[in-house]
Design a binder for this molecule. Structure first.
Ligand code: PEP
Ligand code: MG
Length: 753
């Protein structure tokens, strides 16, 4: 069954359009289950009905009389219950819907399974038998598995416009793909697919502008490959006899007009560009050959793949760079890298989507610095079929909306306008302090990584750096930076903010932060070797970094050192020992440096419950709410499938945050927060009320936070805190804070649709 399933899925995935994909499904299911009939119904949003979209064995009348209302019939029941129904005798069932006039016998056995994507029932897949029997468990499992794959096909078809072309607008759903927010903001634009060269399966679909030209390019590439193979054959004439060399002729004949070459030309004529047509035809043939029983013929798959790659490489020589771009480009790629940014004119680039990657990937870091919205980890986006399609990128919520309807577009255009107006309105605040109406001042600091963050932070009035992610310069280097290189870089940061403090976090790699020259391969990287655990195991790396920080601070004395991922007091004691060692060394080398304050990040639950013991050992605590949320809720912060569960406003997280302040203050130590929560207006309000001494956030959040703090009183915020600490869910808490924020006339940008 597994093999059958795999081959159906493969066939469906290479189907030309949705109709042929659905026809394949029903035909193959009927065969696989050896049953009399099979059908697929898709849900029509407007009509609130399941519509028969493909069938085999039901007869023609079924097609005209099969519009089942959602609540009507067995099909409707499967859909509304969102679970399979497997019954022996459907006609006994009160909800049975018989197709009168089919001229055929009634169907008795019925197995219906819902086609669900992310909790959304998209359709129902049904198998019928004329005998009265119950489908066995294997058949049920088979259909359920197939339905889950079909769901992906349907969502892809919707996203790539395949449904749009064949369906009335009413049947279309709002398709959105979930990823993770890599950089805030909204962008609307046309997709340009970034794809690696010399990789057949990475070639995107693209409509050709000039069919004749594409055919010419293909023919030229083909001729080049044939001539290369002929050359090889000639070169081997001494080693090989005529008979063996005939193999080369067989090889090139695969490419003849009457064979694959002809099919590729035909596909170009249908509108694909040459590279896309080559990919489509070659992959289809590879699949056919790979399925053959005969091992000799199966081997031919690798010949075809090889020829395909050769032709592709010639095509890519002539079609390498794109010269025309849409005005607003959304660049999408499997794993975007900083180099991909150079493929698009900088002024046209409005948004990015990376299928793989995380909040901490280089692309996210750069995009935040450039203030371009990014969604990362959007693993379900069928990007190869999306070149030229209009999409909306919601970098606040980590969502991608392909082929948006006019209504959806208008909604997001309004959001963009609101956002621009808000930024313009806030510019005047950069010089003003973040002080509440009843005179409580909350220092706003900034999170930095690249030097380019510095100017913007100063412009917006940051009162220092609450988190300098020193791993960023390590990540964009090709080896560990030397002590001198680090010291130079750190000094630029310190000098830019003096006399304000710059909090430098010691190297925090591991988890999702990779150094290309220091690979760490683990099954569970977030629970593995990361942060302080690595640097304590590598004192040579740690000591060099601390020495560089200390030397950089000479004469400026505005350095603070911060330790990431602390989970016990021993780690702090050991790190402090190394810091003292480095300090003594640089003093002995003749530098006149003050011992900087040292702090600990509270990022794991264990550190929360030892906050007091930790505070006793150091000068300050700083909460990394991004990791703390991830570890408290057991939700990977970069996994889009569980993004719905990642809630910094979860009551348990808020209670932990409250507890940390209390413990730090019992020890008279300063406590700050540098996770994303501090820059979320809802978080700003609560954290200020909890008593956090400093809030550190990305530069883009500073003005909004100031505006909010300046519009409220501390007593208002405290009242709100007391109230939300009594609530039981993150949703209720967010709703309550939103209500207060809009009461004070500062409605936050709301992208929800
Ligand atoms: C955090 O975890 O909240 C934090 C600030 O560190 P990072 O996001 O760099 O892991
Ligand atoms: Mg962290």
């Amino acid at each position: 069954m597994l093999e059958t399933l795999r081959s159906i899925v493969q066939e469906v995935n290479v189907a030309k359009d949705l109709n042929s994909a659905l026809a394949t499904v029903v035909e193959r299911v009927q065969l696989a289950l050896d049953t009399n009939a099979c059908a697929v119904y898709l849900f029509d949003n407007n009509l609130q009905k399941f519509i028969l979209r493909a069938e085999v064995g039901l007869g023609p009348a079924a097609n005209s009389d099969a519009n089942l209302a959602f609540s009507e019939g067995l099909v409707g029941l499967v859909g509304s219950r969102a679970e399979p129904i497997n019954i022996e005798n459907a006609s006994d069932y009160p909800d049975y819907h018989y197709y009168p006039g089919t001229g055929k016998d009634k169907y008795y056995s019925f197995l219906g399974v819902p086609v669900i994507h992310h909790r959304n029932v998209l359709g129902v897949l049904v198998a019928h038998g004329k005998e009265s029997y119950k489908f066995d468990e294997e058949a049920e499992a088979f259909l359920i598995t197939l339905a889950s794959q079909l769901a992906v096909v349907l969502v892809h078809a919707e996203a790539t416009g395949a449904i749009k072309e064949t369906e009335p607008a009413s049947t279309r759903q709002v398709v959105k793909f979930e990823g993770v927010a890599g950089a805030n903001g909204i962008a609307i634009g046309e997709v340009v697919v970034a794809y690696p060269l010399a990789d057949l399966s990475a070639v995107p679909d693209r409509n050709s502008e000039d069919v004749g030209e594409e055919i010419k390019l293909f023919k030229a590439a083909l001729a080049n490959v044939k001539s290369d193979i002929k050359d090889v054959s000639a070169k081997l004439s001494e080693e090989l006899g005529l008979e063996e060399r005939a193999l080369f002729d067989v090889y090139t004949r695969i490419l003849d007009d009457s064979a694959i070459g002809g099919e590729i030309e035909e596909t170009i004529r249908q509108g694909q560009w040459a590279q896309g047509a080559l990919r489509e035809v070659i992959l289809r043939h590879i699949q056919v050959f790979e399925k053959m029983e005969d091992p000799y013929l199966r081997e031919r798959a690798s010949d075809i793949r090889d020829l395909g790659r050769r032709i592709l490489s010639y095509l890519q020589k002539t079609q390498r760079s794109r010269t025309e771009f849409p005005e607003q480009v959304i660049l999408i790629g499997d794993e975007l890298t900083p180099a991909n940014l150079g493929e698009v004119p900088p002024r046209s680039l409005v948004g990015l989507v990376s299928i793989r990657g995380s909040k901490n990937s280089h692309i996210s870091i750069l995009a935040r610095a450039m203030e371009i919205p990014v969604v990362v980890g959007a693993v379900d986006v069928p990007y190869l079929q999306m070149d030229g399609i209009e999409v909306i990128v919601d970098g606040y919520q980590g969502l991608v909306f392909p082929n948006p309807s006019n209504t959806l577009k208008q909604h997001f255009q309004r959001v963009i306008a609101e956002e621009q107006a808000m930024v313009r309105g806030l510019e005047a605040l950069s010089e003003l302090p973040a002080t509440t109406q009843d005179g409580h001042h909350v220092p706003i600091l900034v999170n930095t990584g690249l030097l380019s963050d510095v100017a913007r932070s100063l412009q917006r009035g940051a009162q220092g750096v609450g988190l300098y992610r020193t791993e960023v310069p390590y990540m964009i280097s090709d080896r560990f930076p030397s002590e001198r290189q680090q010291a130079n870089l750190y000094r630029q940061h310190l000098a830019a903010f003096v006399p304000n403090r710059v909090t430098m976090r010691t190297l925090d790699v591991g988890g999702d932060k990779d150094l290309p020259y220091f690979p760490i391969k683990e099954d569970n990287p977030f629970l593995g070797w990361r942060g302080i655990r690595i640097t304590l195991d590598h004192p040579e790396i740690f000591l060099v970094q601390i020495r560089a920080m200390l030397k950089a601070s000479e004469g400026l004395n505005n350095l603070r050192i911060m330790l990431p991922m602390i989970s016990n007091v021993t780690e702090v004691d050991e790190a402090l020992q190394y810091i003292r060692q480095a300090y003594n060394e640089v003093l002995q080398e003749g530098h006149a440096i003050e011992m900087p304050p040292v702090g600990v990040m509270i990022e794991v639950p264990a550190a929360v419950y030892q906050a007091r013991e930790l505070a006793r050992r150091v000068d300050f605590l700083s909460v990394g709410s991004n990791d703390l949320t991830q570890y408290m809720l057991a939700v990977d912060r970069n996994n889009s499938s569980v993004a719905d569960l990642y809630h910094s406003f979860h009551p348990a997280v808020l209670k932990a945050l409250h507890y940390i302040v209390y413990m730090a203050h019992l020890e008279n130590k300063l406590v700050s927060i540098c996770g994303e929560l501090a820059g979320d207006p809802r978080g700003t309000l609560l954290l200020m009320a909890m008593g956090y001494d400093e809030l550190s956030m990305s530069a883009s959040s500073i003005l909004k936070a100031k505006s909010l703090i300046r519009s409220v009183t501390m007593s208002q915020a405290k009242l709100l805190l007391d109230e939300v600490l009594e609530l039981h869910t993150a949703e209720e808490i967010e709703k309550r804070i939103d209500a207060v924020i809009s009461e004070i006339g500062l409605a936050e940008i709301d992208t929800s649709v």
